[in-house]
Design a protein around this ligand. Structure first.
Ligand code: CDT
Length: 322
């Protein structure tokens, strides 16, 4: 059987400080890319919002309603208005020089003033393959002073309506998801239905979950649970890459992983800082699952899955419209 083996790296980042410049972060990204090249990788995945500190932990404007108002100088400074930008061009140049493609999460501010939590996919020659804008935006819209720290992603980012495109790249079919997207089975299935063979997922996951701290001790378990299930149930490789460690006083999950289509973890980070892990990903191995137990064309029953797209919240018997 023909094989398509892609050596893939996950470039976990440790904390990025509030005062750390783009140039300093890009230097760290380039160092990890060189580690990836030395390990024989052709693709390296970086985390969500990799270029800056995780700024949604702060209320950074003056508004007490949904609208962002007042001085947005600091807030806007966390966004990129183009990609590549002057600050990230050295990363693109290094990618082309080394022949190592990458995925990179960043905050995107469009010319129309729209804000998205975006990841760009870049080929081994430094060219942009495509981009993904986060679909499932967690957290809250308004400042909630009772929290130890904010999770204002729903204030600072729009939900994308563009769904989960996949891309023919790296001699395979590559998809992207971002952090909270990984907790939703629909994320993987929509890409599975497009034949995805490798999904890159960057994340920033605080270990303290204010709405229900009983979940804190399970953060690492849940992280691997959802990505391993998504990989297995769709016969795809999954690369989960963290920005971990204690950033501006907030401890975040590390434990970046590369997961096989079997659902097994084949590489895992052992630190909470900048660390490159890698694995030899045979994209043809996906067929073991896609053509047997999860042969969608043979076994799926979309005619009985109507509620998945027709309905948003749960409706128990006896509830809802009569
Ligand atoms: N960045 C991101 O999406 N983080 C969320 C944190 C939990 S919701 C406050 C996550 O799903 O990991």
């Amino acid at each position: 059987m023909r094989t398509r083996v892609l050596n893939v790296g996950a470039a976990q980042l440790g904390p990025v400080g509030r005062g750390e410049s783009r140039a300093e972060v890009v230097d760290r990204l380039i160092a990890l890319m060189r580690d990836a090249a030395a390990a024989g990788c052709e693709l390296v995945a970086y985390p969500e919002l990799a270029l800056t500190t995780f700024f949604p932990r702060w209320h950074l404007d003056d508004g007490d309603g949904v609208e962002i108002t007042g001085d947005t100088t600091e807030l806007d400074g966390y966004y990129e208005t183009r990609m590549p930008s002057a600050a990230t061009q050295p990363l693109f140049d290094e990618a082309a020089r080394l022949g190592v493609g990458f995925s990179l999460g960043y905050a995107e501010l469009t010319p129309e003033g729209r804000r998205f939590n975006t990841t760009v996919l870049v080929e081994r020659d430094g060219s942009v393959v495509g981009r993904f804008r986060k679909v499932h935006i967690p957290g809250h819209e308004l400042h909630e002073p009772w929290r130890q720290f904010q999770h204002l992603e729903r204030r600072y980012f729009e939900e994308s309506d563009e769904g989960f495109p996949v891309f023919r790249a790296f001699d395979g079919v590559v998809g992207i998801a971002t952090c909270n997207d990984r907790r939703w089975p629909e994320t993987y299935r929509v890409m599975g239905l497009q034949g995805v063979e490798l999904i890159v997922i960057g994340y920033n996951t605080p270990l303290h979950y204010a709405p229900d701290p009983t979940q804190n001790a399970l953060a690492a378990f849940h992280n691997h649970l959802v990505m391993q299930a998504g990989a297995y149930q769709n016969g795809t490789w999954v690369v989960g890459v963290a920005k971990g460690g204690t950033e501006e006083g907030v401890e975040s999950l590390a434990q970046s992983v590369i997961i096989a289509p079997s659902g097994q973890i084949v590489a895992q980070a052992v630190t909470t800082g900048d660390e490159l892990i890698s694995a030899r990903c045979d994209l043809d191995w996906c067929r073991h699952y896609k053509e047997t137990l999860f042969d969608f064309a043979r076994y799926r029953r979309p005619e009985v899955y109507g509620r998945i797209t027709a309905q948003k919240g749960a409706i128990a018997p006896g509830e809802g419209a009569t």
